[in-house]
Design a protein. Structure first.
Length: 243
């Protein structure tokens, strides 16, 4: 009987701990879902949507980006990149790992562990991880310049404030095809923020700012900060060069 009583007491304590730690999380998620979740808006494809996309690119000076050969940055202080854009390769660094990604043929990519060439059983896993990091982290840096990429759909959306916004859907490519982003622009066409409808987030329509823009040596305009709910996404050591 004593053992049975102790077991019941232990189960009661464990149950209490589970409720204690999970209930606030569930309540927070519920609050955020009700506050921020939005249905994916509908919009009109065609010339007007493309004109708004062109206005955004003109506001940023797209030609400077297209002519930039090399981009370098650090994402959230953890992932480091040296992107040889004109050569279609990127060096990705994190922890003790370096992956030299061949962006046209991943099978040609190389892996280094503690600066030593690595060809072990985890090589392909490291390459896949570096590719996922690059797809995500470069998007937070250069997404506005990708609105006319192959497989991208553009729609003109009228917001509740009677402003024009640009809905961009990536139907192919990247790590998570099917994701959509609603760009909100200032009067000149420069991006202020976007809302996201992406597989990785359980709440749809969450907004992230695009701010603290800088002009690199190559003339490319790039953001260095995004505010995302109560989080900040910082991009540091940003460089853009013509080689």
């Amino acid at each position: 009987m004593a053992k049975s009583s102790q077991l019941k007491k232990a189960l009661k304590i464990i149950g209490g701990l589970i409720v204690f730690f999970t209930l606030p999380t569930l309540l927070l998620f519920g609050f955020m879902y009700l506050k921020y979740n939005e249905e994916l808006p509908t919009g009109q494809q065609g010339a007007e949507a493309d004109q708004l996309a062109e206005k955004m690119l003109d506001a940023l000076g797209e030609d400077a980006y297209l002519n930039t050969d090399y981009l370098e940055w650090t994402f959230k202080g953890r992932h480091h990149y040296k992107w040889y854009k004109s050569d279609k390769s990127c060096e990705v660094y994190w922890d003790q790992l370096t992956v030299i990604l061949d962006l046209e043929n991943r099978n040609n990519s190389k892996v280094f562990v503690a600066e030593q060439a690595y060809n072990g059983v985890e090589k392909q896993d490291y390459i896949a991880k570096a590719e996922n990091y690059f797809n995500n982290d470069s998007f937070w840096l250069v997404a506005p310049y990708k609105v006319f990429d192959a497989g991208v759909e553009r729609r003109l959306v009228q917001t509740e404030n009677d402003n024009n916004a640009l809905l961009v859907t990536y139907t192919s490519g990247g790590t998570t095809p099917g994701d959509s982003y609603l760009w909100h622009l200032d009067a000149s066409g420069k991006p202020k923020s976007f809302q996201m409808w992406v597989d990785i987030l359980p709440i749809e329509g969450i907004e992230a700012t695009w701010e603290n823009w800088i002009v690199t040596e190559s003339g490319t305009e790039l953001p260095t900060f995004h505010k995302f709910l109560f989080l900040g996404i910082e991009i540091t050591d940003v460089k853009g060069l013509n080689l």
